[in-house]
Structure formats: structure tokens, C-alpha cells
Design a protein around this ligand. Structure first.
Ligand SMILES: C[S@@+](CC[C@H](N)C(=O)[O-])C[C@H]1O[C@@H](n2cnc3c(N)ncnc32)[C@H](O)[C@@H]1O
Length: 217
């Protein structure tokens, strides 16, 4: 390769690396750069007071990674409800629980305006990167209130709008929330309107994400 092409290649590489770094900085979090999954599970368990026997729900559980990790912690006396609106993900959660030989995970088909969780089922419930997908947050918050026992904890993890994601990833609430994400004031206002009291936060969680912990009085 001639020196001129070497120089051009180096410049191109730098530009690409710069663009990747810029994109990564705009993501909610970058794995390993912003901590590991194991560290996040530890933190979830601490905030939600997860112990053997705890009954917990993961609203919008996705692939079920966190639901399965927490199911190991709550043990056979505890229970983890993993809700999803996506049937393929739901099937994946059931598969992951079976592969991990966990019989304490219950995958539930959620709905846009209902968690479909049993009343008073849970000591704690969390939603991780889900709140900005909730078009019917008022109904869901009311339903979360119903699903928690008095004194139960509700943890919302989401991120502020105002990143590149506003441009490259659409979300159902982008217009109402001013971009891809949820302003903390919105979470606070809507959860309080459903009857929750703030227990902790908003605090930085992982990368650009924040966490707010509520309690059902
Ligand atoms: C960005 S993913 C987050 C998945 C997972 N919580 C995680 O942190 O890896 C958002 C998930 O919320 C689910 N979702 C959206 N609205 C929902 C609802 N009303 N009830 C249950 N799940 C919902 C979506 O199907 C999607 O899998």
C-alpha cells in the first residue's frame, strides 16, 4: 500500500471510530463500559429488597435475562412474573427458564393497558427500559398499584430523551415525551397520580439511564 493510501485508510479508520464512539455515547448504556449485567442484577436486588421467597414482577421482560437472574435469587419459595406483549419473546422467556431448570418463573402475556398480573401478587415490580414504550402509562401504573401488596416497591428504569435515538429510533411516546425516552418528571408525575410515593431517586443507574423507586402506601 502506498503511503498516500495508508494515510487515507488511517483517516477513514479514525472517522469511523469517532462515529462509533459518538453513537455509543448516545446509547442508554454501553455494556462493560457502563458496568456489567451481574452488577446491575446486584443493584436491582438491593433496591427491590430481593431475598429468598420474594415475589417479583419484571414488566416488559424482553428476553427474560433479568427475570431469570432474579429467579435464581428468590429461590423455589419465591416467584418471578415476567410480562411481555411480544409472543416470540414470551416463548423465549419460557425456554430460558426451562433451560435454567427454574420452575418459579411465570411468563405472562401483558397488554397495552394491563399487566395482567394477579392482584397483590408481588412484593416488588420493575420496568427496565420499558416506560417509554407505554402508550397507556396511566392504566399500567394503576395496574401496577393493584398488582403490588401494600408496602410493595415499584422501580422504573428509563432514560431521558435528547439523544441520537430521537432521530434513529422511533418510539410510541416520542411525541408526548419530547423524543425517545421518558423525562423523569413524567415518570414522577404519572406514578404519583396512580398513588405511589417516591422512596428513592431519581438517581443515575447505568450509563445514561436513571432509576426512580416508588412504594405503594
Ligand atoms: C427495550 S425492551 C426492554 C426489555 C427488557 N426489560 C430489558 O431491559 O432488556 C422493551 C420491552 O417492553 C415490551 N413492552 C412494551 N409495552 C409493554 C407492555 N404494555 N407490557 C409488557 N411489555 C411491554 C416490549 O415488547 C419490549 O420487549
Amino acid at each position: 500500500m502506498s503511503p498516500r493510501w495508508k494515510r487515507r485508510s488511517a483517516v477513514l479508520l479514525l472517522v469511523v471510530a469517532g462515529l462509533i464512539a459518538l453513537a455509543a455515547a448516545q446509547l442508554p448504556y454501553v455494556p462493560f463500559v457502563h458496568g456489567t449485567r451481574a452488577q446491575e442484577v446486584e443493584r436491582l436486588a438491593e433496591w427491590l429488597e430481593v431475598r429468598p421467597g420474594t415475589r417479583i414482577a419484571d414488566l416488559g421482560a424482553g428476553k427474560g435475562t433479568y427475570a431469570v437472574a432474579l429467579a435464581r435469587r428468590v429461590g423455589p419459595e419465591g416467584r418471578v412474573y415476567a410480562t411481555e406483549v411480544d409472543d416470540e419473546l414470551l416463548a423465549g422467556i419460557r425456554r430460558s427458564a426451562a433451560e435454567a431448570k427454574l420452575s418459579n418463573v411465570e411468563a405472562i402475556r401483558g397488554a397495552v393497558s394491563s399487566t395482567r398480573l394477579p392482584e397483590g401478587c408481588c412484593d416488588a415490580l420493575f420496568s427496565r427500559l420499558v416506560y417509554h414504550h407505554l402508550t397507556e402509562a396511566r392504566d399500567i401504573n394503576a395496574d401496577v398499584f393493584r398488582a403490588l401488596r401494600p408496602g410493595g416497591r415499584y422501580l422504573v428504569i428509563d432514560f431521558e430523551p435528547g439523544s441520537l435515538l430521537d432521530w434513529i429510533a422511533g418510539s410510541e411516546t416520542a411525541e408526548r415525551h419530547g423524543g425517545h425516552g421518558t423525562p423523569t418528571e413524567t415518570v414522577l408525575r404519572e406514578a404519583k397520580a396512580a398513588g405511589f410515593q417516591v422512596l428513592r431517586g431519581p438517581e443515575p443507574w447505568r450509563g445514561r439511564t436513571y432509576a426512580v423507586l416508588f412504594e405503594r402506601p
